[in-house]
Ligand binder design. Structure first.
Ligand code: TMP
Length: 212
Protein backbone atom coordinates (compact mmCIF):
# COMPACT_ATOMS: atom_id res chain seq x y z
CA UNK A 1 0.00 0.00 0.00
CA UNK A 2 1.23 3.50 -0.73
CA UNK A 3 0.46 7.00 0.54
CA UNK A 4 0.80 9.80 -2.00
CA UNK A 5 0.16 13.52 -2.22
CA UNK A 6 1.73 16.94 -2.35
CA UNK A 7 3.69 18.74 0.34
CA UNK A 8 1.94 19.28 3.67
CA UNK A 9 -0.92 16.90 2.88
CA UNK A 10 -0.63 15.10 6.23
CA UNK A 11 0.00 11.72 4.60
CA UNK A 12 2.95 10.85 6.84
CA UNK A 13 0.98 11.45 10.04
CA UNK A 14 -1.83 9.33 8.62
CA UNK A 15 0.57 6.53 7.66
CA UNK A 16 1.84 6.38 11.25
CA UNK A 17 -1.74 6.27 12.57
CA UNK A 18 -2.79 3.54 10.15
CA UNK A 19 0.20 1.38 11.04
CA UNK A 20 -0.62 1.67 14.72
CA UNK A 21 -4.25 0.75 14.14
CA UNK A 22 -3.42 -2.23 11.88
CA UNK A 23 -0.85 -3.50 14.38
CA UNK A 24 -3.49 -3.33 17.13
CA UNK A 25 -5.75 -5.42 14.91
CA UNK A 26 -3.08 -8.11 14.67
CA UNK A 27 -1.55 -7.36 11.29
CA UNK A 28 2.21 -7.39 10.83
CA UNK A 29 3.02 -4.06 9.28
CA UNK A 30 6.13 -2.35 7.97
CA UNK A 31 6.14 1.40 7.53
CA UNK A 32 8.73 2.84 5.20
CA UNK A 33 9.28 5.81 2.86
CA UNK A 34 10.68 6.93 -0.46
CA UNK A 35 13.12 8.09 -1.39
CA UNK A 36 14.78 6.19 1.44
CA UNK A 37 14.14 3.13 3.55
CA UNK A 38 17.67 1.67 3.36
CA UNK A 39 21.11 3.03 4.20
CA UNK A 40 22.05 3.59 0.56
CA UNK A 41 18.63 4.94 -0.38
CA UNK A 42 18.63 7.41 2.54
CA UNK A 43 21.99 8.71 1.31
CA UNK A 44 20.50 9.16 -2.16
CA UNK A 45 17.58 10.99 -0.52
CA UNK A 46 19.99 13.49 1.03
CA UNK A 47 21.55 14.16 -2.36
CA UNK A 48 18.09 14.65 -3.86
CA UNK A 49 16.76 17.03 -1.20
CA UNK A 50 19.87 19.02 -0.28
CA UNK A 51 19.90 22.60 -1.40
CA UNK A 52 22.89 22.91 -3.65
CA UNK A 53 24.60 25.56 -5.75
CA UNK A 54 24.84 23.06 -8.58
CA UNK A 55 21.69 22.73 -10.69
CA UNK A 56 20.23 19.26 -11.20
CA UNK A 57 18.56 18.13 -14.43
CA UNK A 58 15.15 16.43 -14.11
CA UNK A 59 16.77 13.34 -15.61
CA UNK A 60 19.45 13.30 -12.90
CA UNK A 61 16.75 13.72 -10.25
CA UNK A 62 14.81 10.81 -11.76
CA UNK A 63 17.82 8.50 -11.87
CA UNK A 64 18.67 9.20 -8.23
CA UNK A 65 15.07 8.48 -7.19
CA UNK A 66 14.98 5.27 -9.21
CA UNK A 67 18.33 4.11 -7.85
CA UNK A 68 16.92 4.59 -4.36
CA UNK A 69 13.71 2.80 -5.35
CA UNK A 70 15.56 -0.25 -6.66
CA UNK A 71 17.61 -0.49 -3.49
CA UNK A 72 14.49 -0.15 -1.35
CA UNK A 73 12.55 -2.73 -3.39
CA UNK A 74 15.38 -5.28 -3.19
CA UNK A 75 16.48 -4.74 0.40
CA UNK A 76 13.20 -3.98 2.14
CA UNK A 77 9.92 -4.23 0.23
CA UNK A 78 10.22 -7.54 -1.59
CA UNK A 79 11.67 -9.44 1.40
CA UNK A 80 8.90 -8.08 3.65
CA UNK A 81 6.16 -9.03 1.18
CA UNK A 82 7.67 -12.50 0.91
CA UNK A 83 7.30 -12.90 4.69
CA UNK A 84 3.65 -11.87 4.44
CA UNK A 85 4.21 -8.45 5.96
CA UNK A 86 1.91 -5.60 5.01
CA UNK A 87 4.08 -2.84 3.58
CA UNK A 88 2.96 0.78 3.89
CA UNK A 89 5.15 3.08 1.88
CA UNK A 90 5.09 6.87 2.17
CA UNK A 91 5.46 7.80 -1.56
CA UNK A 92 6.33 5.42 -4.38
CA UNK A 93 6.14 5.27 -8.20
CA UNK A 94 3.18 7.66 -8.50
CA UNK A 95 5.31 10.45 -6.99
CA UNK A 96 7.76 10.04 -9.86
CA UNK A 97 4.94 10.37 -12.39
CA UNK A 98 3.49 13.43 -10.60
CA UNK A 99 6.75 15.26 -9.79
CA UNK A 100 9.17 14.25 -12.56
CA UNK A 101 6.44 13.64 -15.17
CA UNK A 102 3.56 16.09 -14.78
CA UNK A 103 5.56 18.81 -12.97
CA UNK A 104 9.08 18.55 -14.47
CA UNK A 105 7.71 17.60 -17.88
CA UNK A 106 9.52 14.30 -18.52
CA UNK A 107 7.79 11.78 -20.77
CA UNK A 108 5.25 9.75 -18.78
CA UNK A 109 5.59 6.60 -20.84
CA UNK A 110 9.35 6.56 -20.37
CA UNK A 111 8.91 7.14 -16.63
CA UNK A 112 6.39 4.29 -16.39
CA UNK A 113 8.80 1.92 -18.11
CA UNK A 114 11.65 3.11 -15.89
CA UNK A 115 9.50 2.59 -12.80
CA UNK A 116 8.66 -0.95 -13.90
CA UNK A 117 12.33 -1.62 -14.61
CA UNK A 118 13.49 -0.16 -11.29
CA UNK A 119 10.94 -2.01 -9.17
CA UNK A 120 10.93 -5.27 -11.09
CA UNK A 121 7.21 -4.73 -11.62
CA UNK A 122 6.10 -3.95 -8.06
CA UNK A 123 2.69 -2.21 -8.00
CA UNK A 124 0.77 -1.18 -4.88
CA UNK A 125 -2.48 -3.02 -4.11
CA UNK A 126 -3.93 0.25 -2.88
CA UNK A 127 -2.79 3.85 -3.11
CA UNK A 128 -4.24 6.56 -0.90
CA UNK A 129 -3.91 9.95 -2.48
CA UNK A 130 -4.16 12.92 -0.10
CA UNK A 131 -5.42 15.90 -2.04
CA UNK A 132 -5.08 19.45 -0.77
CA UNK A 133 -5.12 22.94 -2.35
CA UNK A 134 -1.49 23.90 -3.04
CA UNK A 135 -1.55 27.07 -0.92
CA UNK A 136 -2.85 25.16 2.11
CA UNK A 137 -0.18 22.47 1.77
CA UNK A 138 2.69 24.90 1.34
CA UNK A 139 1.57 27.02 4.30
CA UNK A 140 1.36 23.93 6.52
CA UNK A 141 4.73 22.76 5.32
CA UNK A 142 6.34 26.15 6.00
CA UNK A 143 4.85 26.26 9.46
CA UNK A 144 5.72 22.71 10.47
CA UNK A 145 8.95 21.72 8.74
CA UNK A 146 12.29 22.50 10.36
CA UNK A 147 13.75 23.47 7.03
CA UNK A 148 12.68 23.73 3.44
CA UNK A 149 14.19 21.14 1.11
CA UNK A 150 15.09 21.65 -2.54
CA UNK A 151 11.64 20.56 -3.75
CA UNK A 152 9.66 22.54 -1.17
CA UNK A 153 11.32 25.64 -2.60
CA UNK A 154 9.88 25.13 -6.07
CA UNK A 155 7.34 27.75 -7.18
CA UNK A 156 3.61 27.40 -6.55
CA UNK A 157 3.20 26.72 -10.28
CA UNK A 158 5.31 23.56 -9.89
CA UNK A 159 3.24 22.30 -6.95
CA UNK A 160 0.05 23.07 -8.86
CA UNK A 161 1.26 20.75 -11.63
CA UNK A 162 2.11 18.07 -9.05
CA UNK A 163 -1.44 18.27 -7.70
CA UNK A 164 -3.00 18.11 -11.16
CA UNK A 165 -0.72 15.16 -11.91
CA UNK A 166 -1.88 13.14 -8.92
CA UNK A 167 -5.52 13.92 -9.76
CA UNK A 168 -4.99 12.75 -13.35
CA UNK A 169 -3.33 9.54 -12.16
CA UNK A 170 -6.20 8.86 -9.74
CA UNK A 171 -8.72 9.43 -12.51
CA UNK A 172 -6.94 6.97 -14.76
CA UNK A 173 -6.69 4.21 -12.13
CA UNK A 174 -9.73 4.65 -9.89
CA UNK A 175 -9.64 1.09 -8.59
CA UNK A 176 -6.11 1.33 -7.26
CA UNK A 177 -5.93 5.01 -6.31
CA UNK A 178 -8.40 6.49 -3.81
CA UNK A 179 -8.38 10.26 -3.40
CA UNK A 180 -8.95 11.61 0.10
CA UNK A 181 -9.87 15.21 0.83
CA UNK A 182 -6.99 16.23 3.08
CA UNK A 183 -8.76 19.41 4.24
CA UNK A 184 -10.80 17.30 6.67
CA UNK A 185 -9.85 16.92 10.33
CA UNK A 186 -7.09 14.37 11.08
CA UNK A 187 -9.70 12.22 12.88
CA UNK A 188 -12.10 12.20 9.94
CA UNK A 189 -9.25 11.36 7.56
CA UNK A 190 -7.97 8.55 9.80
CA UNK A 191 -11.43 7.02 9.86
CA UNK A 192 -11.74 7.19 6.10
CA UNK A 193 -8.26 5.71 5.64
CA UNK A 194 -9.00 2.82 7.99
CA UNK A 195 -12.31 2.03 6.31
CA UNK A 196 -10.74 2.00 2.83
CA UNK A 197 -7.78 -0.12 3.91
CA UNK A 198 -9.78 -2.71 5.86
CA UNK A 199 -12.18 -3.08 2.94
CA UNK A 200 -9.29 -3.63 0.52
CA UNK A 201 -7.59 -6.13 2.85
CA UNK A 202 -10.83 -8.10 3.07
CA UNK A 203 -11.20 -8.20 -0.70
CA UNK A 204 -7.56 -9.29 -1.02
CA UNK A 205 -8.23 -11.92 1.67
CA UNK A 206 -5.38 -10.63 3.81
CA UNK A 207 -6.01 -11.61 7.41
CA UNK A 208 -4.37 -10.60 10.68
CA UNK A 209 -1.32 -12.76 11.41
CA UNK A 210 -2.01 -13.05 15.12
CA UNK A 211 -4.93 -12.52 17.45
CA UNK A 212 -5.19 -10.68 20.73
P1 TMP B 1 8.46 13.81 1.47
O1 TMP B 1 8.41 15.29 1.70
O2 TMP B 1 7.11 13.20 1.35
O3 TMP B 1 9.35 13.11 2.42
O4 TMP B 1 9.10 13.61 0.00
C1 TMP B 1 10.34 14.05 -0.34
C2 TMP B 1 10.35 14.82 -1.64
O5 TMP B 1 10.76 13.96 -2.72
C3 TMP B 1 9.04 15.44 -2.08
O6 TMP B 1 9.26 16.81 -2.34
C4 TMP B 1 8.70 14.74 -3.36
C5 TMP B 1 10.01 14.22 -3.86
N1 TMP B 1 9.88 12.99 -4.68
C6 TMP B 1 9.91 13.09 -6.07
O7 TMP B 1 10.05 14.19 -6.60
N2 TMP B 1 9.75 11.96 -6.81
C7 TMP B 1 9.59 10.72 -6.25
O8 TMP B 1 9.47 9.71 -6.96
C8 TMP B 1 9.57 10.62 -4.80
C9 TMP B 1 9.40 9.29 -4.15
C10 TMP B 1 9.73 11.78 -4.07
Amino acid sequence: MTFEGGEGSGKTTQAVRLCRSLTERGYTVLQTREPGGTLVAERLRSILLERSAEPMAPETETLIILAARRQHADQVIRPALARGVLVICDRFSDSTLAYQGYARGLDLNILKRMNAWATGGLTPHLTLHFDLPVATGLTRRRREALSQNRLDLEATRFHTKVRAGFLALAKREPRRIATIDARQSPEAIALQVETLVLKRLRSLRVNPTHHH
